[in-house]
Design a protein around this ligand. Structure first.
Ligand SMILES: C[S@@+](CC[C@H](N)C(=O)[O-])C[C@H]1O[C@@H](n2cnc3c(N)ncnc32)[C@H](O)[C@@H]1O
Ligand SMILES: [Zn+2]
Length: 320
């Protein structure tokens, strides 16, 4: 991390500014050290160039979420397709690449930073990329060529950010948290008045039968160890591929979604999707009605809620 990032960070308990203590530095890059809150005497570590501003005590379910995504990004991060340009822009429609130009952008739940790199390549002034898990280490490694991304390990429920952003996106994240609606409100606090937010979440609609069935299956799979889950994901993808080509495709089973899954994603992408699905402790399905409540409670303008692949929702809006 560079020294300048300290100016945008604050303590998650008292929101005071933080003082920088450097333990190891290479040229401009601070590799190890601490960010210290003089008010509540808390020291947040900087490890491997990344500030880790996490609550002192994390809930068991958040720790499990961290473990599951740590493993997922470490084992799949490099093999996933980075060619997500049209998919990303479709998830945040009606935004266009030009909307990112010179903007201060926040990527909430950045994973291995695939979408952060796209936002940065569209000319963002800079992108702050936050994830609860150690995925940020992988993300930093994969983003070495981008000088306008700053990574941070933190929770979206306790964002250690003093500044407000022009654009915030959080794609595929809120449905993995204990309370997606509180998460949405928490993230919105970091948005400027007039700034735009885009989120994508699993939908209740289109998952009415598969959702509960899968949750039963997940009771078993979330208890298996990561290596077994990885093998299981490979097997599930192979079986699904055969079933899709021989039966599902012709009878239109789970039509739009399985067409997308089989015809647009690479084998590695599909294995990653399945691994996440059978591993993450929390998956919530959110209805259009709930999204309407989120939006009306916070009073967003220019709201667009669109269904994607028949089983998820993408929402964009502007803060008033
Ligand atoms: C399915 S991945 C999506 C990653 C990325 N948005 C993408 O599309 O490539 C979900 C990410 O959300 C992160 N996450 C889950 N709960 C979080 C929280 N409370 N705060 C920040 N990130 C969180 C996970 O660690 C994981 O990397
Ligand atoms: Zn403090």
């Amino acid at each position: 991390m560079k020294k300048e990032i300290v100016e945008i960070l604050c303590c998650i308990s008292c929101y005071s500014s933080l003082n920088l203590q450097i333990d190891e530095q290479r040229n401009e890059e601070i590799i190890r050290g601490h960010l210290i809150c003089e008010t509540c005497h808390v020291k947040y570590p900087i490890i491997n160039s990344i500030p880790r501003i996490l609550p002192a005590k994390m809930h068991y379910i958040e720790k499990k979420t961290c473990d599951s995504f740590d493993f997922a990004w470490k084992h799949y991060g490099r093999q996933l397709s980075d060619n997500l340009n049209s998919e990303f822009l479709s998830l945040v429609r009606p935004w266009e690449a030009s909307d990112f130009k010179d903007k201060v952008v926040l990527d909430v739940g950045c994973g291995a930073g695939r979408l952060s790199r796209l936002a940065a390549s569209y000319g963002a002034k800079y992108v702050v990329s936050v994830d609860l898990s150690g995925a940020v280490d992988e993300a930093l490694e994969l983003s070495k060529d981008y000088s306008n991304i700053r990574f941070l390990q933190a929770s979206l429920f306790n964002l250690p950010l003093k500044i407000k952003f022009d654009l915030i996106f959080s794609l595929g994240v809120l449905h993995h948290t204990p309370s997606p609606s509180l998460g949405f409100k928490s993230v919105l606090k970091s948005l400027k008045v007039g700034g735009k937010i885009g989120v994508w979440v699993y939908g209740k609609e289109g998952n009415k039968i598969m959702g509960p069935l899968m949750n039963l299956f997940r009771i078993i799979t979330t208890r298996l160890n990561s290596r077994i889950r990885k093998r299981l994901s490979t097997i599930i993808v192979m079986m699904e591929e055969v079933s899709y080509n021989s039966v599902f495709k012709s009878i239109g089973f789970y039509g739009e979604y399985l067409r997308y899954f089989n015809e647009q994603l690479s084998r590695a992408d599909r294995e990653y999707v399945v691994f996440d699905f059978i591993s993450t402790p929390i998956i919530k399905y959110i209805s259009k009605k709930e999204l309407d409540i989120w939006v009306s409670e916070v009073g967003l303008l220019d709201v667009m809620v669109l269904q994607r692949n028949g089983n998820s929702w993408k929402l964009t809006g502007r803060k008033q």
